[in-house]
Ligand binder design. Structure first.
Ligand SMILES: [Zn+2]
Length: 336
């Protein structure tokens, strides 16, 4: 709307925020979701992902559109310790292809008050597995809050493996892991860029009560940066040692950061994900999906030399005609 490119569109009537608000409230999200799926399937088919054995999906949540007053019933209040409302924000969970040398965000699930990041994450994972198939990727990388039995079962049912951060929300397993690691020499030591990584790894930990796994594999790494800084973390997985070695496992754990850096950070600083144009449930979803689509197309062009195709470039008038035609309902056949 504010782009200088508008002048070249030769559209006489100006349009404003209200026009876009009206439009996005009524736009169906299905076709944009389909377009995203088409892109990532095409990317895989055309070998856009590095020569990697493991393709991952990372799922995580973020907030956008901070404001002091509630704008709609999907605005989530943010409270301080004394239960005072500090402001309102919109939340969404996003999923991205990771671990392939090319991060491609491809679907999102908003969640409002009374809902949770964790529940939205499960809905998103189920939809994504249903849409893109269980063989598209081999693992899901998530932060600690998703490492609960229902989420792990949702991923595990269709045969997906999970690599999840282990934190104190799983007190028994976390305590058992801390007791065992790090003691004695690490199972393996390797270079990760300029960093030296020590990794401890064992697959015989007991699952907690509600988890239906036979055992849990836990690994702990200590990453030494050249400036002396040390990064440590515990992770859990159901990948057996016989399938995935410690170095590959470490890379999978690190691929979770792609959704933060190439996902949320890029989308917010370069593509305006933070800005809510119109406080309406459907407009929010459409805005977010279009941002992901823009981000994914831009990356495929810039990093993988996506070609524009052989079709002619349509004029503004032709695009307008196509839009009008796509808005009409198909005529029902008269069978009388
Ligand atoms: Zn709102």
């Amino acid at each position: 709307m504010r782009s200088s490119a508008r002048r070249t569109l030769s559209i006489a009537a100006p349009f404003c925020d209200d026009t876009l608000g009206y439009f996005t409230e009524r736009l169906a999200p299905g076709p944009t979701r389909q377009a995203l799926l088409c892109l990532i399937r095409g990317a895989k088919r055309n070998k856009a992902f590095d020569n990697c054995r493991w393709i991952g999906r990372a799922i995580d949540g973020t907030g956008a559109g901070w404001r002091t007053h509630q704008g709609c019933n999907l605005c989530r209040p943010k409270q301080n310790a004394a239960k005072q409302i500090l402001g309102y924000q919109h939340s969404l969970v996003m999923v991205s292809v990771v671990g392939t040398g090319l991060s491609l965000p491809f679907d999102g699930e908003p969640y409002g008050p009374g809902d949770s990041e964790y529940a939205a994450g499960q809905r998103l994972l189920r939809r994504v597995i249903g849409n893109v198939g269980k063989r598209f990727a081999q693992y899901v990388a998530v932060d600690g809050e998703f490492a609960t039995a229902p989420f792990l079962h949702t991923a595990g049912d269709p045969g997906l493996r999970v690599v999840a951060r282990l934190k104190d929300n799983l007190p028994e397993l976390f305590a058992a892991a801390q007791q065992r690691f790090p003691s004695g020499p690490p199972a393996t030591v390797f270079q990760h860029g300029a960093d030296r990584v020590e990794l401890w790894d064992a697959e015989d930990f007991d699952p907690w009560e509600t988890l239906d796994w036979e055992t849990v594999r836990v690994f702990f790494y200590r990453q030494h940066k050249p400036d002396g800084k040390v990064v440590e973390a515990y992770w859990l997985t159901n990948f057996p040692c016989s399938t995935v070695g410690p170095q590959a496992l470490f890379r999978m754990a690190k691929s979770r950061w792609e959704i933060e850096n190439q996902g949320f950070n890029d989308a917010k600083t370069r593509h305006g994900l933070e800005h809510i144009c119109h406080h309406h449930a459907n407009s929010l979803l459409i805005g977010w999906l279009l941002t992901m689509l823009a981000l994914t197309i831009e990356r495929l062009y810039r990093l993988r030399y996506l070609h524009r195709g052989k079709h002619r470039v349509p004029s503004s008038a032709q695009l307008l005609l196509l839009l009008w035609l796509s808005l009409s309902r198909p005529l029902a056949a008269d069978s009388s």
